[in-house]
Design a protein around this ligand. Sequence first.
Ligand code: EPZ
Length: 417
Amino acid sequence: MDKLKIKGGAPLQGQIQISGAKNSALPAMAATLLTAEEVTLENLPMVNDIITTRRLLRELGSEVEFPSNSSARLKTRNVISHEAPYELVKTMRASVLVLGPLLARSGRARVSMPGGCAIGARPIDLHIKGFEKLGASVATEYGYVEATAKRLKGANIVFEKITVTGTENLMMAATLAEGTTTLGNAALEPEVADLAQLLNKMGAKISGAGTSTITIEGVDTLHGAKHSIIPDRIEAGTFLAAGAMAGGDLELVSCDPGHLTSVISKFREAGVNIEEGKGRVRVRGGSPLRSADVVTHEYPGFATDMQAQYMALMTQANGISLITESIFENRFIHASELVRMGANIRIDGSRAVVAGKSRLTGATVIASDLRASASLVLAALVAKGVTTVDRIYHLDRGYEKLEEKLRSVGAHIDRVK
Ligand code: EPZ
């Protein structure tokens, strides 16, 4: 299993290009199942979750080609299988995003129940309730969700809780339903609006994406399209934390500061020097950091996918900061690994108390999930000595060429095969 070896202490100097958003690319690839015509996706991050999605789509009957290392051509002339098997879903929960398109396109879908993951139980009950509202009959047995419907019928659906992939799954299904669907208390994440843009290019009639009420007027068929995926705001946020912690002068390009408003304002509150421009953000590290409390929220609040990185940043801030995780019930696994590096963190349920500034030292640490692994890399960039991060397959799922990008701006980081 690959590991990363990082020698801390080097300031970061230079420019990093931000990749396309994983959490926009995954639903976009699933959406191509809705048409028999070809869809081209550009600015795709070549991360392992994209490779897993290609495998899944091919099993369902899609032709998927990567003509370059940041684009894909996808075509599903015929759906040859309706099943997203356990073997694939267990490696990537987002596989559940094929449920809506399969059901809408061919009236049947059988998807392995994702089950729990490191950060929480993560049920899909709200997805299922939504499909039932659209007239599907849904059974959950033998570890699978099996849904069937002659043709879905438009309905008014109000989510009891904001769910990103739930909103995306129902929005995709409703594009081919008979009549109009409204999704209330929908997710506001930029990835949802990006998916709606792709679907509208494919001939869908969606309005209100990016607001809490989305309206979808069903159509009979969808056609091919070309779409460029939005930049990855979580990757950009991760590099902002790296620059703030390691010192130096780092510029991020091909990113959208508008998607990072709450992250940037919280970082500024903590004393980070950030400059925004069109499609770019600049962070000049080295100024003393001060503690600042944060509560994770749905967009446009502070993203839970930035919580672990923020915890690493707060280990280098003077004072006590309180981090409250309000989205997932078990998303502090990284804390104990940071403590092994010398951080002072105490967990109390959904709250973490971080006392800083801590002098971190290199250690062998284990990554437990995608964002947790990013926080360990950040801590290693400022730790004295060498840190070995194990199980970085978690990192490879969602960060494209992380160590090459960091090395290109001066970090001492190597992958050990
Ligand atoms: C998406 O997951 C992202 N994944 C996650 O990013 C992100 O952490 C999360 O949204 C929140 O922002 C993708 O987009 C592929 P939710 P999702 O449904 O859609 C509960 C990363 O690091 N819930 O919005 O699965 C759920 O348990 C990943 O890139 C139900 O109770 O998250 C959670 O507490 C990790 N029933 C809350 O809602 C449901 O049917 C929000 O989950 C659905 C969700």
